[in-house]
Ligand binder design. Structure first.
Ligand SMILES: Nc1ncnc2c1ncn2[C@@H]1O[C@H](COP(=O)(O)OP(=O)(O)OP(=O)(O)O)[C@@H](O)[C@H]1O
Length: 253
């Protein structure tokens, strides 16, 4: 069943550049949909449109069958809870002035009244923080530290803990490992896959790295200059009828 259905989504910037040009795709519940394309092809713009951080020019975005592209902020609130994002740069996502435990509790406090948690339980702030840190394989002792006292990999795990804390249905992962070294990248990708299974999450996984997208995703979208040029099941990546641009990306795999 589709969780997210995007139909002919278009977004231009004022300078006349069409960053996202008529994109249509769907994301099934519990799956990871990979989106690959080179720098500047419009991946982050798409992510921001889906999260309603950016307004769109035309097209529709439906979450669980409900069009959300024109909802005002009040009506959008329940959907904001369902969709979280993890950005490339974990330092920007965590408030440098807050201890990790305070950053982790923040989404819970914002959505307190709308939450019916299934996997985590809130008996006390400390117990909840401990469960979140455990879920992303971080020691409980990090709760009292500030972001600058963590490594890059630990910071990204903390932002993932924050994203899963309110048990969204879907997370947009926008180049989540781009700022990490190769070993941390692999570990974070493995963690994300295991969280998807355990928490029944759906991901839109955005990356310029086709190998990472192939490792993570059941279906793959290929974007070039604002348009989708190819979409296929992960098992069909080496098929002859792949788009020439996909073949180019495979050759540097
Ligand atoms: N706020 C903005 N105002 C004007 N143009 C923008 C803005 N944001 C992005 N663009 C332009 O839209 C196009 C798509 O950019 P976008 O950041 O979505 O690409 P991307 O695929 O995510 O790139 P990267 O992988 O480098 O982050 C680019 O040409 C970019 O210059």
């Amino acid at each position: 069943m589709s969780l997210l259905v995007v139909d002919r989504l278009t977004k231009s910037y004022r300078e006349g550049k069409t960053a996202v040009n008529g994109l249509s795709f769907h994301l099934n519940k519990g799956e990871c949909l990979g989106l690959v394309g080179e720098s500047g092809c419009g991946k982050s713009t798409l992510a921001r449109c889906l999260l309603r951080i950016e307004t769109i020019d035309s097209g529709t975005i439906a979450l669980n069958g409900q069009p959300i592209e024109h909802l005002n902020e009040r009506k959008l609130r329940p959907y904001r809870k369902q969709m979280q994002i993890v950005f490339q740069n974990p330092s920007a996502a965590l408030n440098p002035k807050l201890r990790i435990k305070d950053s982790l509790i923040d989404p819970y406090e914002q959505f307190n009244h709308q939450l019916r948690l299934k996997h985590f339980t809130f008996t006390s702030k400390a117990a909840y923080i401990k469960q979140l840190l455990e879920a992303v394989e971080l020691p409980a002792s990090l709760a009292d530290r500030y972001p600058h006292e963590l490594s890059g990999g630990q910071r990204q795990r903390a932002t993932i803990a924050r994203a899963i804390s309110i048990e969204p249905e879907m997370i947009v992962l926008d180049e989540p490992t781009a700022s990490l070294d190769v070993i941390s990248q692999g570990a974070v990708l493995n963690l994300l896959t295991s969280l998807r299974t355990h928490l029944n999450l759906s991901y839109l996984f955005i990356s310029h790295d086709l190998a990472a997208v192939h490792q993570m995703s059941q279906c793959i979208l290929v974007m070039k200059e604002g348009k989708l040029v190819d979409q296929f099941n992960r098992d069909h990546i080496f098929k002859e009828d792949r788009h020439p641009y996909t073949k180019e990306l495979i050759s540097i795999f």
